[in-house]
Design a protein around this ligand. Structure first.
Ligand code: ZN
Ligand code: ZN
Ligand code: ZN
Length: 381
């Protein structure tokens, strides 16, 4: 079984991966590490463009801090899974192993005893525990080292995020085709899923259709609830476009016309979301962006209704650093990409959220999403 048979082979030119590998080795050295040990997941995809999956047999990219050629340790029967990647183009070493041999011994044998290593945060415990045992020293997480790379999007990543944003905007533009009175959330979601792919994503990663009281649950997905006249509906959708960069956009719809109370509260949310977007600039902290949205909602008596952080970084993962949350004093830098998605939630009644992905620029930010922010009224007949 090849895990990659139906996956896209799309990736960036190999120079991008060689530069990432070189900087990963450099940063690992600066962090006092001897090597990074990276198993299948977003970090492996970031470093070599491989979409291989983790199974019970270890696949591990070993990036030594001394800058020597990285090695991929891979089961012989999974060699094909490495083919759609930059491993061959980059001339990386490949050490294959067969059943009956310990791949953990192979990895440990490549490093000095007691080596300081870091593993990706997607490595299964199934591999981490025996690997740590053979290394004789518990690895730390590579997150700190790799976030320095992954948080700062280069021009090709920004272009991919823009394509993703445009693709999900096209899905929202078509919402009137899917979201109608008398249909279930599940039926609406199925059509949205088809549209997500038709508009250029490789798959639908998530689809939230939160109608009426379900809109008050920020992570409600879908149900068999039937859409009614007057429902406010939160639609939060996204997925990856080649080579793996995600869209994530929320708009809130109403079937018919909103009550004046809903319209007034929604207007405050719209103002809060815009204030956060306007606050984005290099040197501003992540928590200041959260506060920009939150302060407006609090001032209007809606602070209790805003149940979650303002946003999250996005790229090869839908949720990654930097997190736009109170307590995160990281300073924004040109090239960071994250969501700005304040919401208001009234348990048992309704909810609303507005979400755009923005990219920090030299003097502010660029939004990859261009759909209007207002509550979108859809016809009821
Ligand atoms: Zn979420
Ligand atoms: Zn979202
Ligand atoms: Zn989001």
């Amino acid at each position: 079984m090849s895990s990659d048979s139906q996956q896209s082979a799309a990736r960036f030119p190999s120079e991008i991966y060689s530069s990432r590998l070189a900087r990963a080795a450099e940063y690992a050295g600066q962090a006092g590490l001897d090597a990074l040990l990276i198993s299948p997941g977003p970090d492996l995809r970031y470093l070599v463009g491989s979409q291989a999956s983790s199974f019970e047999r270890l696949i591990c990219l070993v990036v030594a801090a001394d800058g020597s050629t990285p090695t991929v340790v891979v089961p012989r029967l999974e060699l094909a899974a490495l083919q759609p990647s930059a491993v061959t183009e980059l001339g990386l070493r490949v050490t294959d192993w067969v059943d009956g041999v310990s791949p953990y011994d192979i990895v440990a044998g490549m490093l000095p005893s007691g080596a300081a290593t870091a593993v990706d945060d997607a490595m299964p415990a199934l591999h981490f525990v025996p690997l740590a045992d053979k290394l004789g020293r518990t690895p730390v997480l590579a997150t700190e080292v790799l976030r320095r790379l992954r948080m700062l999007k280069d021009d090709s990543e920004i272009a991919a995020l823009r394509r993703a944003g445009q693709a999900i905007d096209r899905v929202h533009a078509r919402m009137g085709e899917f979201l109608k009175v008398g249909r279930t959330e599940a039926a609406v979601a199925a059509d949205i899923g088809d549209a997500i792919v038709a508009e250029g994503h490789t798959e639908a990663a998530f689809i939230i259709v939160g109608s009426g009281p379900h809109g008050a649950d920020p992570h409600h997905e879908v149900s068999d609830r039937v859409i009614e006249v007057g429902d406010v509906v939160v639609i939060d959708i996204g997925g990856p476009v080649d080579p793996g960069y995600n869209s994530d956009s929320t708009r809130t719809y109403v079937l018919g016309e909103p009550s004046s109370e809903i319209a007034a509260q929604y207007a405050v949310l719209e103002r809060a979301q815009q204030a956060a977007v306007d606050a984005v600039a290099p040197g501003v902290t992540a928590e200041a962006i959260d506060a920009a949205a939150r302060d407006i909602l609090v001032a209007e008596g809606l602070g209790e209704a805003f149940l979650h952080r303002t946003g999250h970084g996005i790229g090869l993962s839908v949720h990654e650093e930097p997190y736009i949350v109170a307590g995160n004093d990281i300073e924004l830098v040109d090239g960071m990409a994250f969501s700005i998605e304040p919401g208001i939630y009234f348990r048992g009644h309704w909810g609303a959220r507005i979400e755009d992905i923005v990219i920090v620029t030299a003097d502010g930010c660029e939004s990859v999403n261009q759909r209007p922010h207002g509550l979108v009224s859809l016809p009821i007949d």
